[in-house]
Design a protein around this ligand. Structure first.
Ligand code: ADP
Length: 248
């Protein structure tokens, strides 16, 4: 009976923790949706009122609108994917793909914004790395890792992206020199809703879903994801996929 009571108490505290995480999630996501929407509205109103005097100002405001819309799209895709994963409805369209182009595409999409924000980005991508995978899902994986590297970089704005193949294994690395993740929090980092920096003065907010979606995608590709991180020195995520021999 004692064991039964202990198990019930443990279940209750787990349930309470989960309910708390869900509440935090709703307020985090609401905030994450509202912030870009507020910016979009502000830039659009400024243009409507004719306050963007020259084409350079107009370009700047329109770029900001595109950037904020991209952020919204990324967040909505992550929330939708996470819900599909929970319902076991997430589908992958696997085929032989060139991982190098997928990684390049994701990096290219972010490079402009990274540079605008003062980042130095080092890119070292080996050509023609072939794997069996779902291009959209892998691109989303890269988007999540890159936007996290950007979000949690704080003062030292340096990001390195590498892709190389060796001994039948493809390795993708995304490295930043930012806040890092305390060792005690590292084991939880891929859990749904978990946020290691909530309350930290440098936290820019988030849904806590990104890495859980990344992990699901990597698992679906028979891959593994490794994390190396030290507080105030930075974080490296390495994804390892089996390489596909072309023509096989
Ligand atoms: P979030 O939406 O909060 O960024 P994620 O699931 O993408 O959620 O990441 C979970 C948590 O892992 C983050 O809240 C953050 O605390 C930590 N994290 C993820 N990537 C990094 C990184 N590159 N550097 C430091 N911490 C990170």
């Amino acid at each position: 009976m004692v064991l039964g009571v202990a198990l019930v108490v443990r279940d209750m505290s787990r349930e309470r923790k989960l309910a708390q995480l869900r509440n935090d999630f709703v307020s985090n996501v609401t905030h994450e949706l509202k912030t870009p929407l507020t910016s979009i509205r502000m830039f659009a109103e400024t243009m409507l009122m004719g306050r963007a005097k020259n084409t350079s100002d107009q370009r700047e405001y329109l770029s900001a609108i595109v950037n904020e819309s991209d952020k919204l799209t990324r967040l909505i895709n992550t929330v939708l994917d996470s819900s599909k994963i929970e319902q076991e409805e997430k589908q992958y369209h696997m085929r032989t793909i060139n991982l190098s182009t997928v990684v390049e595409k994701a990096v290219d999409a972010m490079t402009y914004w990274l540079r605008e924000d003062g980042f130095v980005i080092v890119v070292d991508i080996e050509k023609e790395i072939t794997i069996t995978g779902d291009e959209d899902a892998l691109e989303q994986t890269m988007n999540n890792l890159l936007s996290n590297a950007m979000k949690y970089s704080h003062n030292r704005k340096e990001i390195t992206v590498r892709l190389y193949g060796k001994d039948g294994i493809a390795r993708v690395e995304v490295q930043d020199r930012g806040l890092g993740i305390p060792e005690s929090k590292q084991p939880h980092i891929f859990e749904k809703y978990y946020r290691a920096h909530s309350g930290h003065s440098a936290d820019k907010g988030g849904s806590g879903l990104g890495l859980s979606v990344v992990k699901h995608i990597v698992d679906a590709h028979q891959g593994t994801i490794e994390l190396k991180s030290r507080v105030n020195e930075g974080t490296t995520f390495t994804i390892i996929f089996p390489q596909t021999v072309k023509g096989s």
